[in-house]
Design a protein around this ligand. Structure first.
Ligand code: TMP
Length: 393
């Protein structure tokens, strides 16, 4: 693969590395650069971060802490059971079991390299392999358990550096008529929303349907259906079958690919233009913060997401701009944002009448948050977002 760089987001920390100390010694930083591969139109980080630095026993994200996600996974599980009647399901990146829990009456197996998370699911009776997904592991699971009717993987395949091996290993573990469902942020939505915060250490790739189709050319997988989702600021749920599998291929794939091509997803110039928009976004966001600060108004951050780490570090927004972040995740509270060292506190302590502006780190939950914070809005409190362009809401 030959990548050409189109974007430099500067020095960045590990987004998941929430700090216990405001002034850490030797915080790991790297240069976050993004590139485009001419042959496959795949967009990826120029330099991958060693997985063990990101996915370890300190991994903070707990999927089941979000009510929205719990509900979404329950609905998806009900639909999959009804439609495909699986007898076995494997999830790659099973986190705390928020999805697999819904399949207790069939063979349900997890793969989760973060040991703290695998411990949770093993405890509730979901056999979980705490290892990185690869060909060897797929063979080990085939020997111990067998082949699977469904392989599901949300927000994980885009994290795996050896993409072809990951997909080949999935095809390896599927039954003849088995299906693989991949869910990851959409490149089309990233371009449309100028949501450059989809780029961070974990997201080695941001996929388009066009590029996925190219990557699987020599693998026994074929896309048969695609759904657009609102999760994580716009994702695709892509259904794959084996080439001789019995599922019918929908014509919505051609439609999706045409839409992507219309936006120029397969042309390098599109990314140069995207890069210009990102530089402008930085300038405008910084201006907006400076105008508000000049008026002596108090700004806080709302949702210390991984995504927001890219924005804060790229735009150099630190404690001088954002007094603190509020976040509902208990294991982020009492810590500091990576790179920018902004304190993170419980919303109960931080969302009070002294707050004038709240920067939406969790912009992907904008509706849910604005519905919840009616009191703040009614008393004149304002939200700031950078998506699709920096502005006060
Ligand atoms: P995610 O986009 O990776 O799911 O992360 C969302 C983060 O935002 C998570 O740390 C929880 C936080 N959050 C809040 O603090 N308050 C909220 O109302 C919502 C929706 C999210």
């Amino acid at each position: 693969m030959e990548k050409i760089e189109f974007l430099d987001l500067g020095q960045q920390p590990i987004t998941n590395n929430f700090l216990s100390n405001e002034a850490p010694q030797n915080e790991f930083l790297y240069n976050l650069r993004v590139g485009y591969d001419q042959a496959t139109s795949l967009v990826s980080l120029m330099e991958f971060i060693p997985p063990i630095k990101m996915f370890n026993e300190n991994y903070a994200h707990r999927a089941s802490q979000s009510q929205t996600m719990r509900k979404a996974y329950k609905e998806l599980s009900d639909n999959l059971k009804k439609k495909f009647k699986p007898k076995s399901i494997l999830e790659i990146g099973s986190n705390d079991g928020v999805f697999l829990k819904n399949f207790n009456n069939i063979i349900n197996v997890g793969v989760e390299p973060c040991k703290n998370l695998a411990k949770i699911t093993n405890k509730i009776g979901i056999k979980t392999y705490s290892e990185f997904w690869n060909y060897n592991l797929s063979n080990k699971i085939i020997n111990e358990i067998g082949l699977f009717d469904i392989v599901y993987s949300a927000n994980t395949v885009s994290h795996i550096h050896d993409l072809e091996d990951a997909l080949y290993s999935i095809s390896n573990i599927l039954n003849k008529n088995g299906i693989f469902i991949l869910e990851d942020p959409s490149l089309l939505e990233t371009l449309k929303k100028v949501s450059y915060d989809q780029f961070y250490d974990e997201h080695a790739y941001v996929f388009s349907i066009y590029s996925l189709n190219k990557i699987i050319k020599d693998i026994d997988l074929e896309i048969f259906y695609v759904e657009k989702l609102n999760t994580h600021g716009g994702s695709n749920r892509v259904y794959f079958k084996k080439k001789f599998g019995n599922q019918k291929v929908s014509n919505n794939i051609d439609r999706m690919i045409s839409e992507e091509k219309e936006l120029g997803i397969n042309k390098f110039e599109t990314y140069l233009d995207f890069s210009k928009k990102i530089k402008n976004s930085k300038k405008n966001l910084k201006n907006l913060f400076n105008i508000i600060k000049d008026k002596n108004k108090k700004i806080i951050g709302y949702g210390a997401t991984y995504k927001s780490s890219t924005v804060l570090n790229y735009c150099k927004i630190d404690k001088n701009y954002i007094e603190y972040f509020i976040d509902t995740t208990p294991n982020k509270q009492g810590k500091f944002t990576p790179g920018t060292h902004i304190p993170i506190i419980d919303p109960k302590d931080g969302m009070n009448e002294t707050v004038d502006f709240a920067f939406l780190g969790a912009w992907n939950f904008r509706k849910e948050i604005m519905n919840k914070e009616i009191k703040f809005i009614d008393r004149g409190g304002k939200f700031i977002t950078h998506v699709p362009n920096p502005r006060i809401l």
